[in-house]
Design a protein around this ligand. Structure first.
Ligand SMILES: Nc1ncnc2c1ncn2[C@@H]1O[C@H](COP(=O)(O)OP(=O)(O)OP(=O)(O)O)[C@@H](O)[C@H]1O
Length: 324
């Protein structure tokens, strides 16, 4: 549904010293399938908004190619525009008008007839849960209510692809999860959703697949599960019996486990603990328990920890996204 090849964009640098440019996007290759929620994850300034605005036909790429919903971005941007919806970071609702008025207006702007625009508005009010406040001016809405209206406006013309720029910035947790629910509902209706975010948990929980972007280029692409498994495997924490001889037991356990084929790395943790990096924790745990039992060692605790997307970002860039 979205295919890009070498998409790039530079801006003139604001530094006066040289006629330099900022390479905001340095050649992005993406492939987004129909009906998936695709996340574009990266720190501030990584190039997410620039990429999104290029795909939404709002700025022209300097180079590369893209096809969106079957239309060519560079040669036929008008057709792309008709087939997509776009919701900017801050949304675009006017304060003085109501949700109903905004929705009818937006539909009419897309050339939809008066009666059809009214019908679509009523459908959107119902499905986006706007009924309670739909006739009040937008200035009186909460952040979450405004966001839901923004998304409803973005899809009123029935696009096949929806672009959302940081849709949950500044929302409280209940409003965030309501926005996630709306996005998931759009997916069940067959829409392809392309969403930028710098929230790790959002990319992880909401998106079917993600691309991680840094300094204008993609550093990883896949499902959140694939990325986490591929980069870091799983972490298994083994706690041995405390008390006399704990250090000796840990050392014996380490010696027994070191040759196991599923083990990537092993670290002693304190006197009585082992930290194991393994390919697949769920598969490794029964095997390591057997090995330990065979060595006469009974672990007190075994804990499986999944690596986070931040581990992935860290492995690829050497930095933590959470602390960025
Ligand atoms: N109009 C512009 N003129 C000059 N530089 C720009 C312009 N727009 C973006 N940039 C620069 O391009 C780079 C990418 O910016 P972009 O807004 O795409 O990043 P982002 O990942 O969306 O970040 P954020 O989440 O903060 O919006 C940044 O270094 C930014 O300063």
């Amino acid at each position: 549904m979205i295919e890009t090849k070498g998409l790039r964009k530079s801006y003139p640098s604001r530094k006066r010293s040289k006629a330099a440019t900022v390479d905001a996007v340095r050649g992005i290759d993406l492939s987004v399938a129909a009906g998936e929620i695709f996340g574009f994850l990266g720190p501030n300034g990584a190039g997410k908004t620039t990429t999104l605005r290029m795909l939404a036909t709002l700025i022209r790429p300097d180079g590369g190619a893209a096809r969106i919903a079957g239309a060519d971005l560079l040669t036929d941007p008008g057709e792309v525009r008709r087939r997509i919806g776009y919701v900017a970071q801050g949304g675009g609702t006017a304060d003085a008008v109501s949700a109903r008025e905004e929705l009818v207006l937006q539909a009419r702007m897309y050339g939809i007839g008066r009666a059809e625009a009214r019908q679509r508005t009523e459908d959107a009010v119902k499905s986006f849960d706007l009924t309670e406040f739909a006739d009040r001016p937008c200035s009186s809405y909460s952040g979450g209510q405004r966001r839901r209206l923004d998304i409803a406006l973005g899809v009123i013309h029935g696009p096949s692809v929806l672009f959302l720029d940081e849709p949950t910035v500044g929302l409280d947790p209940p409003s965030r999860s309501q926005v996630w629910d709306e996005i998931r509902r759009l997916r069940t209706e067959g829409m392809t959703v392309f969403v930028t975010t710098h929230y790790l948990d959002e990319a992880d929980a909401l998106c079917d697949r993600i691309a991680i972007i840094d300094h204008g280029g993609t550093v990883a692409e896949g499902t959140p599960e694939e990325l986490k498994r591929e980069i870091a495997g799983d972490v298994v924490l083994v706690g041995l019996e405390l008390g006399d001889g704990a250090a000796d037991r840990s050392q014996r356990a380490a010696d027994a486990l070191r040759a196991e084929p599923y083990l990537h790395r092993l670290e002693l943790q304190g006197e009585d603990g082992l930290r194991l990096y393994v390919e697949n924790g769920a598969a490794a745990i029964p095997q390591l328990l057997r090995t330990l039992e065979g060595a006469g060692l009974a672990p007190g605790t075994v804990q499986l920890q999944r690596p986070s997307l931040d581990d992935v970002f860290l492995a690829r860039t050497g930095r933590s996204l959470e602390q960025d």
